[in-house]
Design a protein around this ligand. Structure first.
Ligand SMILES: [Zn+2]
Length: 455
């Protein structure tokens, strides 16, 4: 069988892997695992607009690991290029992916108008793509051809996320998708890999070890206490899927058990509000702490202090609410969205706390503030950064070096014969590759973009 890498090769984003394999009648089949967008690129041109390095018409099916745009963002483009097969993903992943792609379309449309260029896909392409989506359950065996079967397994990264195993030509190949952090309070643990011959493994934090998850609640609680004491504003830029729901869950726990306060908490992101509703709708896919499991009909993402501001009018009214108040708004990297208006208003106040709970990519305002910038430019306006900035690393949605190594070294002792590292900066991959060669004594490859391997 032949494996080729059409994204996330020497970078984090753009996951898209093509597998060509023979069935038991020696007939060839081609399918894709993920078809993601390159992020951090100009949306008016660049790699997302280049033709695929394969013939989309020959691809029979796509298997999607999870909803993030860097795993789903080029699906509508695939239809434009002539693909007409089914797209498989878990049931919760369907609604979340649609939210993600509609949001990406909205942003791209604005960008395309600004630079007068064409758009990667139209709403019609997106709807066409979703007409072909088929929901699958974890552990449901998909026999796609004689002797070729596919299965989705819990990845513990976001609601409905999966790693995918492929059995073909007598081999078992596993695509990690994104592997979640340990002990995430609302998700099931990542399932163990079993007897994989080849693993295509993400390596976002393959070079790092995260702080313990227990740190998140104590730091969050301290930030709220300080905000109450100062009668000030706590700003939390948040990613709509997973991080927001983990944050709401943690806030709920803190307010329930440790802090009695009427301080309002605004969830000021339409996408996060909609994603949170999907988390409620698919509650059976989540896993809460054992101590509260009995309260099965409780909504852990709602509490009396929480105010969801869906419309622009509701959002504007946040300004009229006197401090202390907590504002959770997107985007997570402060590269757009409603958080920008709150930054303009509150960042120059030294009593404000800005709480960073996610990865900040190079070039974003979030990264500049995180690295200590004293002034930033927002919508052409210079804003002084006098606010106190705190970061909580334990909210990471990705497993670190220890977690990934343990996942690749299952208890049955069957270490994969070959590991391809994808979805990571080159530096992270090189550190992780050296570590894995030493720890697992297995072959580790860092593939190039569009490179083909016989496996
Ligand atoms: Zn992801």
């Amino acid at each position: 069988m032949e494996l080729s890498f059409h994204g996330a090769a020497r970078e984090v984003t753009g996951s898209c892997f093509l597998l060509r394999t023979l069935d038991s009648n020696k007939k060839e089949h081609q399918f894709l695992i993920d078809c993601g967008m390159f992020q951090g690129e100009h949306l008016c041109g660049g790699k997302n607009f280049e033709p695929f390095g394969f013939d989309a018409k020959q691809v029979e099916a796509v298997f999607v690991t999870h909803p993030h745009a860097d795993h789903t963002g080029r699906l509508p483009k695939l239809f434009k290029a002539g693909f007409h097969g089914p797209i498989y993903m878990t049931h919760p992943c369907i609604g979340l992916s649609k939210l993600v792609l509609e949001d990406a379309h909205h942003i791209m449309k604005e960008e395309a108008e600004k630079c007068g260029s064409s758009i990667l896909y139209e709403m019609e392409d997106l709807l066409n793509a979703f007409d072909s989506v088929k929901g699958v359950n974890y552990h449901e065996q998909l026999d796609i051809a004689p002797g070729i079967s596919i299965m989705f397994h819990e990845a513990g990264h976001v609601l409905g996320s999966a790693f995918i195993s492929v059995e073909a030509e007598g081999k078992r190949v596993v695509f990690s998708g994104d592997i979640g952090n340990d002990d995430v309070p609302i998700l099931p643990d990542t399932e163990a890999i079993s007897h994989a011959d080849v693993v295509i493994c993400e390596s976002t934090y393959g070079h790092r070890v995260h702080e313990p998850v227990s740190e998140r609640e104590s730091k969050l609680k301290a930030a709220i206490e300080q905000t109450l004491k100062d009668r000030s504003v706590l700003l939390i830029p948040a990613f709509s899927i997973e991080r927001t729901q983990e944050l709401l869950y943690a806030l709920n726990q803190i307010l329930e058990h440790d802090l009695v306060t009427n301080c309002p908490i605004f969830l000021d992101s339409p996408m996060a509000i909609r994603a949170t509703q999907l988390y409620r709708d698919f509650k059976e896919y989540l896993e809460f702490d054992e101590s509260i499991l009995k309260e099965s009909d409780r909504d852990f993402f709602s509490f009396k202090n929480l105010r969801e501001t869906l419309t622009v009018e509701e959002s504007k009214k946040i300004n009229d609410t006197p401090a202390p108040k907590v504002i959770v708004a997107g985007s997570g990297m402060m590269s757009g969205g409603r958080i920008m208006h709150h930054l303009i208003r509150y960042l120059s106040d030294q009593k404000t706390t800005l709480l960073i709970i996610g990865f900040q990519a190079k070039g974003t305002i979030g990264r500049k503030i995180y690295e200590g910038a004293k002034r930033v430019i927002i919508f052409g306006e210079e804003v002084r950064v006098n606010a106190r900035t705190i970061a909580i690393g334990a909210f990471s949605a990705h497993g670190d070096m220890n977690k990934l190594t343990r996942w690749l070294n299952p208890e049955d002792g069957k270490i994969p014969k070959k590991v391809f590292l994808v979805h990571g900066d080159l530096e992270a991959k090189e550190v992780f590759a050296t570590h894995l060669r030493h720890e697992l004594k297995t072959e580790v490859v860092i593939p190039e973009f569009q490179e083909k391997y016989e496996i």
